[in-house]
Design a protein around this ligand. Sequence first.
Ligand SMILES: [Zn+2]
Length: 469
Amino acid sequence: MQPKEGRKVNRSKIRVFRSLFCLLPLMMLASRVQGETKVDPKTALRMLNAQQQQFEKTVVQVTDNVYTAVGFHGANTSMIVGKDGVIIVDTLRGPSSAARALEAMRKYSDQPVKAIIYTHSHGDHIGGANAMVGETMPDIYATESFGSAEGVNEAVNPVKRKRNIRQFGRKLSPLEMTNRGVAPAGTADNDGGKGFLQPTVKVPKEGLKTTIAGVELEFHVAPGETDDAMFIWLPNKKVLFAGDNFYSSFPNLYAIRGTAYRNVLKWSESVGKMAALEPEFLVPGHTMPILDQDLAVAALTDYSEAIRSVYDQTVRGINAGKSPDLIAHEVRLPDHLKDKPYLIEFYGSVPHAVRAIYSGLLGWFDGNPTTLSPLHPRKEAEKMAQLAGGTQRLTEQMESALAAEEFQWALELSDHLKWLDDADKKLARKVKIEALRGLAGREYNAPNRNYYLSYANELESGALSEIWF
Ligand SMILES: [Zn+2]
């Protein structure tokens, strides 16, 4: 046990968190356009670099006998030290990173692992379990519905794999990489899932109170990022392990890698329940623990309200007959929330969330009969070329859009030109690549940035078929 050293780490981390609190709002004022995650390229990089402090590799002493390893892989793993054993909360993606994190936490206790808890079934939290087990097999806790999060859409795995690689920037060069919004870039993934152990104790819907190694624990089922999520509450220490229903970024209410609908309303409610417990210490599934009661309660309260506000605004827009495109441009975080450091859209995005809520509640049809049976994209491209005064004129428009750094418009025009047999498709493809890189440079939303850059590289390498353009 080396509690003194642990305390030192702890204080420096509070400082990091507090300095971020002061720094970010100032950075935001300069150039952030409401409703977009784009700023000038230097600011975008500065913001992503500042966010990097949220997952720097370290072991944080949360409070007496509670330790969290941050930055050993994409997610966090924690160790609670009891009378005659320790309890592990989440196990990272694979056994090698889990073993390294456990070794670092073992400085504080060498007692056997009595229990492992999975907050939810995402791969970055469950794949390293076997590296944390000693001579006797511990109980492994998860919710009754564990595993329901993914798997429903295995039929589309071939394309989900591609999109996953892009969202996380898994194949970007070191120069292109920044981070993943709530996780470092370039985590080694070769042994992902190899250490997974099946849960042995199922937590029912109504939750569970128990004592393990002399530590009182409460398991609260709390759907959010996944339907099978729960948070863990230590009533005596007032420590809350939030899983992925809270991390320091606007939440990923929709993942562009492709996910089924995440129940946004329940997510907001689950975070509200966490706030009601008034934790003194908040340990997220990713990013630094918050070690101050006022900050922890404020963060959870704001988080719940932000999710609810995006949901309510979207529902109002839907009932006013607006299309998802329009609502996505209109919904904003309330003024008192938009610059909170834990609500900046480094990972989740408000417009993406709006579209997810729309299709989650109503499916793809926006209610406008024009969109019931739109023109074939080739036909629409031909009409666009006619409107522009011919394919050559449309091409010139695309090039001037790029020159004027109207990157989104350049992308949209290049997508029309790809359908036209008399177009210079090589040029259109080149413009698309440059426009994607232009957009990426302005993005502080890590998934968007990584997706633009990855897609540009794939187009350039010739790896993508004509369908993808
Ligand atoms: Zn996670």
